[in-house]
Design a protein around this ligand. Structure first.
Ligand SMILES: [Zn+2]
Length: 429
């Protein structure tokens, strides 16, 4: 197994219906199918010419259409709340979520505030979404009624993590290259750029979803599971014969917490859509009763293999670890957001916003290098800023002094504003 750690250098717009009205939302995670697609595009860009024919490219097929599995990337390993977890309906500060897969004594009400408990819907915590609202203006610069669009994205600086089932020293060596950059979920140059770091996984998971005393194993789906019954019909349940073979012991389903989903996809080699399949959603949980002790070897085999169909596309990832509520993340303060709002206007007021935005974006990626002060002097000494007075240069310095993720966010907002401006003038787009 390989661990992939991702840091978004630009906001990530991830897989939503584009026609959802005025709001386009984003996933708070990167599906395994998207990881695979982005890596395949990056690999082709690196090792093959433009418009390559992948249909008979053995190496491509082995890496991206064969046995290698690409897992989803989440803000943390426990960011996806399993459907078996019950918590305070109003998520109050005293919320103490309980995993029904491990206990039969569910409290009736939230111990802190007395509200009813509610089952998880498979939400993902820890990914911070930012909103970008644009409005359409008429010729006189007035807002057109009803033409207000909000696009959500995971913020630049967001960190995500997940697994690839492969060997970094052998077939996946290229993933170990430093500064591996891929683009997730976007065709535009202003979103999706993400830095990846791959490291080999040396340790086994805890596998504490297995209780040797009761011989119960809690299996939770980290990505959708596509299952068929004995007659080849879509099923809610995984193939227990296959799971039993992997574990080395017979197994039955004691209980399950499920939601339906559908899985589509794109066949990279033939460039054709894949059929849509019925699936159980990521976050679904199966409590399995085992006939005997699978041992660490059996658990490891099931964890590495996953379950169900279309696993090479990122489906069927399982965790055999007991879920633990992730620590709450620090949201950027309201004052930080207001500071950034004010800076957008100030930077545009300097009259060099269009020139500065690409400098700022590059700056956010390097943090100015080893000597930030000297780097600033060199940058602002460039001829394109030569006509600015001290007060306008100070505005640019303020932007360059921001922490890298805030600077990247500012660059993003500036560039979106500039695109709107130029498109209104009809100069571009
Ligand atoms: Zn409560």
């Amino acid at each position: 197994m390989i661990r992939l750690d991702a840091v978004a250098r630009q906001p990530l717009h991830l897989g939503t219906q584009p026609d959802a009205g005025w709001l386009t939302d984003t996933h708070r995670f990167i599906p395994g199918s998207v990881v695979r697609g982005a890596l395949a595009a990056s690999w082709l860009g690196r090792f093959r010419g433009p418009r390559p024919d992948t249909s008979s490219d053995d190496e491509f097929l082995r890496l991206f259409e064969g046995g290698l599995r690409y897992g989803p990337l989440y803000p943390s390993d426990d960011a996806l709340r399993p459907l078996s977890v019950f918590g305070c309906k109003y998520a109050c500060d005293g919320d103490a979520p309980v995993d029904a897969a491990f206990t039969e004594d569910l409290p009736a009400r939230c111990p802190a505030c007395g509200s009813p408990l509610e089952a998880s819907r498979g939400s993902v915590t820890g990914g911070q979404a930012v909103e970008n609202t644009r409005l359409e203006l008429d010729r006189d610069g007035r807002a057109v009624e009803g033409k207000l669009f909000t696009r959500r994205a995971l913020a630049a600086g967001t960190r995500l993590t997940g697994l690839v089932d492969g060997d970094l020293d052998a077939e996946c060596g290229w993933l170990g290259e430093p500064d591996l950059l891929v683009r997730f979920g976007g065709r535009r140059s202003t979103s999706g750029l993400t830095e990846l770091r791959a490291t080999p996984v040396d340790e086994r998971p805890r596998f504490d979803g297995y209780d040797p005393a009761s011989r119960r194993l809690v299996l939770r789906m980290l990505s959708p599971g596509i299952f068929l019954d004995g007659l080849g019909r879509p099923s809610w349940f995984p193939d227990l014969v296959e799971i039993g073979t992997l574990l080395g012991v017979g197994t039955t389903v004691a209980s399950a917490y499920l939601r339906p989903a559908t899985v589509g996809g794109w066949h990279a080699a033939s460039n054709l859509p894949k059929p849509r399949d019925f699936a159980v959603a990521a976050g679904s949980v199966f409590v399995l009763q085992l006939d005997g002790d699978p041992g660490v070897v059996g658990l490891d085999r099931l964890w590495r293999t996953g379950t169900g169909l279309r696993r090479a596309e990122g489906n069927g990832w399982v965790s055999l670890d007991r879920w633990r509520a992730p620590a709450p993340i620090q949201q950027p303060s309201r004052s930080a957001r207001r500071r950034s709002d004010a800076l957008v206007i100030e930077v545009l007021g300097t009259g060099v916003g269009a020139e500065f935005v690409s400098d700022l974006r590059a700056w956010a990626q390097t943090g100015g290098g080893s000597d930030a002060q000297a780097g600033q002097r060199v940058l602002l000494g460039a001829r394109r800023y030569g006509s600015l007075g001290e007060s306008r240069l100070n505005v640019l310095r303020k932007a360059l002094d921001l922490p890298p993720d805030e600077a990247a966010g500012l660059a993003q907002r500036l560039s979106e504003y500039l695109v709107v401006q130029t498109s209104r003038r009809g100069a571009r787009r």
